[in-house]
Design a protein. Structure first.
Lengths: 115, 114
């Protein structure tokens, strides 16, 4: 009965490869997010979707492409992986209307290592 | 100047101590102020949030906001070893539509020693 789940938990790959991370939430929330946490624990938002619509798109290389097939899912595809992409990627969700929008529920993270 | 500044520590205290964690910010548009706790290799979890200046208490935790000084604090009373974690402050300002973007501090690593 995990609220926000991510797959895979660990991802080790070589430079230049393309990889995807998947996120699912079973909280019935209408907003989902991708965050990147670097080696110094700095957590920074990358993207946010509300009802499958992209609403936040921070300064992120266009090698990163989010996709939201429905309100409960948000995937992140990364092309041509670089060493600097190594980080922990967190998915989160919240309810923007009629809910506690400020409370974002985070997934367990996907630890990406690019070699 | 970064929007949110937080001393990364590390901070090490004995069990039972009162812990004070702080953040400063520069963006006057921030309306809501949050504290997240993150255990090692886990996702952040929301501890408390507030949107006004003053204090908010929840058990052993007290969040304090001073908007005039752009300064927020989290106090932990009677700290326990289970409080050992990284504490992240976060702030939000409306960001398009009806959704809010969270801007995080860098986090303070706290260790409570038995």
């Amino acid at each position: 009965d995990t609220a926000v789940s991510q797959t895979p938990k660990y991802l080790v790959t070589q430079m230049g490869n393309d990889k995807s991370i998947k996120c699912e939430q079973n909280l019935g929330h209408d907003t989902m997010y991708w965050y990147k946490q670097d080696s110094k624990k700095f957590l920074k938002i990358m993207f946010s979707y509300n009802n499958k619509e992209l609403i936040i798109n921070e300064t992120v290389p266009n090698r990163f492409s989010p996709k939201s097939p429905d309100k409960a899912h948000l995937n992140l595809h990364i092309n041509s992986l670089e060493l600097g992409d190594s980080a922990v990627y967190f998915c989160a969700s919240s309810q923007s209307i009629g809910g506690s929008w400020v409370e974002q529920y985070f997934g367990p993270g996907t630890r990406l290592t690019v070699t | 100047q970064k929007e949110v500044e937080q001393d990364p520590g590390p901070l090490s205290v004995p069990e039972g101590a009162i812990v004070s964690l702080n953040c400063t910010y520069s963006n006057s548009a921030f309306q809501y102020f949050m504290w997240y706790r993150q255990y090692s290799r886990k996702g952040p979890e929301l501890l408390m949030y507030t949107y006004s200046s003053g204090n908010k208490e929840d058990g052993r935790f007290t969040a304090q906001v001073d908007k005039s000084s752009k300064y927020i604090s989290l106090f932990i009373r009677d700290s326990q070893p289970s409080d050992s974690a990284t504490y992240l402050c976060a702030m939000s300002a409306r960001s398009g539509g009806s959704n809010y973007k969270l801007t995080f501090g860098k986090g303070t690593l706290l260790t409570v020693n038995p």
